[in-house]
Design a protein around this ligand. Structure first.
Ligand SMILES: [Zn+2]
Ligand SMILES: [Zn+2]
Length: 305
């Protein structure tokens, strides 16, 4: 099953240098999740031909405009497109109020149910449990309440070794037990069919961690540990480290240090300051510390593997 991220926006604060504000689509198989929703998000969704009617969940990290000002436009488009299924929005306190006020004064009665789930800023919290995926929020240190999100694949049923189980040699009940990762025992409690012998080893579970706006903070390491792909903001370069700290942002080198310390597979840098028209120096700075670093490029897809 494909697990991938498509970048819709990679800039911070304002759109500049052909770059838009933070937004990305996470897909696992047929599940589409939108993460942050900068003002160009729906234009970008169309540009990159992403079937956004498939999006049932939207995650908003915090209430700075560059992360959510596209949300009302998208909700309005869903309404005009006669969407009927529920849309769930995860975000900080106040987001439901902001959207509700706009709906109220626009006299807009949505055709679809809109559900808000308020994120907490006290540790790792399970906020969505789907068939193949769990999503957790975790706190980031920024100027206002802000959370990151961790998208973690759930254990799947094991696949059987076909040669061992054909011709109905093993009953359905035993097959289910094996596929759930348990040995089948005989009446004396001895192993009759073992998981090791009758099933293929499970594929490793994949994880994508998204760290939106944050100051350099080693406390996030346990939340993002062992992510196959880690997105970490890299608003500045180390030469502007003081500015980064003052504004509660990180540098490319600091993002790389978090990737290194958390044993990430790959690092995706994003949320670039408008002061950098050319991003290569940020990439080089990160790669000195963590070689598997990449720049977020709009329209480009990155696999979680
Ligand atoms: Zn931002
Ligand atoms: Zn911010």
């Amino acid at each position: 099953m494909e697990f991938k991220i498509t970048i819709l926006g990679s800039n911070s604060a304002i759109p500049a240098h052909g770059r838009n504000q933070t937004s990305q689509v996470v897909t696992l198989g047929n599940t589409y999740l939108l993460v942050d929703c900068g003002e160009s998000t729906q234009v970008q969704l169309r540009k990159y031909k992403i079937r956004f009617s498939k999006i049932d969940y939207i995650f908003i990290s915090h209430l700075h405009g560059d992360h959510y000002l596209g949300l009302m436009g998208l909700v309005s488009t869903f309404h005009l497109a006669r969407r009927e299924k529920t849309l769930t929005i995860f975000g900080p306190k106040g987001l439901d109020e902001i959207i509700t006020v706009q709906l109220k004064y626009g006299n807009l009665n949505l055709h679809f149910p809109l559900r808000f789930v308020q994120t907490k800023t006290d540790g790792k919290n399970l906020i969505l449990d789907e068939n193949e995926l769990r999503v957790f929020s975790f706190p980031l240190k920024h100027r206002i309440p802000c959370t990151g999100f961790s998208f973690e694949e759930k254990p799947r049923l094991l696949n059987l070794v076909k040669e061992k189980v054909h011709f109905g040699k093993i009953g359905i009940e035993a097959i289910n037990t094996l596929r759930n990762g348990k040995d089948v025992l005989d009446e004396n409690g001895h192993v009759k069919y073992s998981v090791a012998e009758y099933t293929h080893p499970p594929a490793p579970l994949r994880k994508y961690a998204f760290c939106s706006d944050t100051v350099f903070d080693e406390e996030i390491i346990p939340y993002v540990r062992d992510a196959n792909l880690l997105y970490h903001e890299a608003t500045f370069m180390n030469v502007h480290q003081t500015r980064a700290k003052e504004t509660c942002h990180s540098t490319a080198a600091q993002a790389a240090a978090i990737a290194q310390a958390s044993n990430a597979g790959h690092l995706l840098l994003g949320h670039f300051s408008t002061r950098y028209p050319n991003l290569e120096p940020l990439l080089l700075e990160a790669k000195e510390i963590f070689s598997e670093a990449y720049l977020s490029e709009e329209g480009k897809t990155y696999w979680v593997e």
